[in-house]
Design a protein around this ligand. Sequence first.
Ligand code: CMP
Length: 139
Amino acid sequence: MAGNQTFTMIKPTAVRKNFTGAIIKMINEAGFEIRALKLVRLSRDQAASFYAVHEGKPFYDSLIEFMSLGPIVAMILEKENAVEAFRNFIGATNPENAAEGTIRKLYGTDLQQNAVHGSDSDENAVIESDFFFSKMERF
Ligand code: CMP
């Protein structure tokens, strides 16, 4: 059965451009409830650990560099079938291919600076949420 929580990050470029408020508004209006939220800057080691599943891929080093450039906004979101619903909602990984009106189309720059991350499975949603949030930071 699909879980009801997913994990997302607003990536450094989108935070720096002050898109955080607009993105959170869209997320809420789409029916996702925020269960945890923080503004935090990842060290290179933390970014490498978070994206360890991509280690060895050609874009890995550059992704680590980018994700540790400035603060990100981390959130746990709740909605029925959250992982799939959120991935459909934010649009394709590459903003160029994302549907009109999606977060990645509106606020993404390129494949790497694609505005937001969304968990790709229930299992990874739990792992990624645990990476950022303790029990007392969740509601
Ligand atoms: P995200 O959803 O955060 O998950 C992994 C990230 O790696 C992805 O978004 C993109 O930002 C990035 N990514 C995936 N594929 C590529 C690629 N081919 N080239 C550069 N970056 C990529």
